[in-house]
Design a protein around this ligand. Structure first.
Ligand code: HXC
Length: 265
């Protein structure tokens, strides 16, 4: 089934997977305020479905871009306060993606620039076609990354590489993005990209969903914390796993030498 969320964002469901497509090819899927609001609504409604959603693919339509950035035309006349508001809206979208307990894979086929790369960085990881390109070109416009690039890019590639990318605004291709750990897997074409991402989400979906959700929560929340504060999160979430049916079942199944039968709770 396909659901419309405003004119520019589509959601298709395939069993427990959701495919979210940003479909504004005339502007290379640039993130207008309407697109960001639609994305926020989509991820909030997926979160409300709980364990009915086991994984999400986020992609862009049109064959040329994942997302070529924030909509530059919409930024042109903003006051400083409105600039902050537009940054804040992007951060709310990122928080909704990170807050979803199911994994979200950014499937990049084409340009992932500026706010587009930042949107991909808010996902759990990035898969891409060989012909894609990545960059934070904001300084070319007198701007800086505003949807989380200064925070998540250094976590992904290290501080020095993030500084080089952000200060130069340089674009890198998929091969280089893989070599610095920005992209975790590359594919020859869009079809194999989407199939590869589905295969990964199917593999994840066979596991205990609460465990995957707890792991995601710690991985997201621990990033950037000091060691002891981060390990405290892991300790609490490890304990939370013992509250789930699936943990009792997974451990019992191992002991009884049988396959587990997970219920997602
Ligand atoms: C609005 C955009 C756009 C964008 C492309 N378009 N990127 N519109 N915002 N970010 C539009 C173009 O204006 C053009 O519309 C159409 O999409 C096709 O783009 P072209 O430039 O004609 O294509 P091409 O020559 O192939 O160049 C592709 C490109 C280039 C290299 C990706 O479009 C480009 O540099 N785009 C901007 C990339 C960028 O700077 N992104 C960062 C934005 S700032 P028409 O109507 O002319 O056909 C940002 C800040 C985030 O993201 C934080 C904010 C708070």
């Amino acid at each position: 089934s396909t659901q419309e969320n405003g004119p520019d964002v589509r959601v298709e469901r395939d069993g427990r997977l959701a495919i979210v497509t940003i479909d504004r090819p005339k502007a290379l899927n640039a993130l207008s305020p309407d697109v960001l609001s639609a994305l926020l609504a989509v991820f909030e409604s997926l979160a409300a479905e709980g364990s009915a959603v086991r994984g999400v693919l986020l992609t862009g339509a049109g064959g040329r871009a994942f997302v070529a950035g924030a909509d530059i035309r919409a930024l042109a006349g903003l006051t400083p306060e409105q600039g902050e508001d537009s940054s804040r809206l992007g951060h709310r979208v990122a928080a909704a993606i990170e807050g979803l307990s199911a994994p979200v894979i950014a499937c990049v086929d084409g340009f992932a620039l500026g706010g587009g790369l930042e949107l991909a960085l808010a996902c759990d990881f990035i898969y891409a076609t060989d012909a894609s390109s990545f960059g934070q070109p904001e300084v070319h416009l007198g701007l800086i990354p505003g949807f989380g690039g200064t925070v998540r890019l250094p976590r992904a590639v290290g501080l020095a590489r993030a500084k080089e990318l952000i200060y130069t605004g340089r674009r890198i291709d998929t091969a280089e993005a893989v070599s610095i750990g920005l992209v975790v897997r590359s594919f020859p074409d869009r079809e194999s990209l989407l199939a590869g991402a589905r295969a990964t989400l199917d593999e994840v979906g066979a596991n205990a969903a609460p465990a995957v959700g707890l792991a995601k929560r710690v991985l997201v929340d621990a990033a950037g914390r000091r060691t002891e504060s981060a390990t405290d999160l892991e300790i609490a979430a490890f304990g939370d796993a013992f509250r789930t049916h699936d943990m009792r079942e997974g451990v019992a199944a191992f002991v009884e030498k049988r396959d587990p039968s997970f219920m997602g709770a």
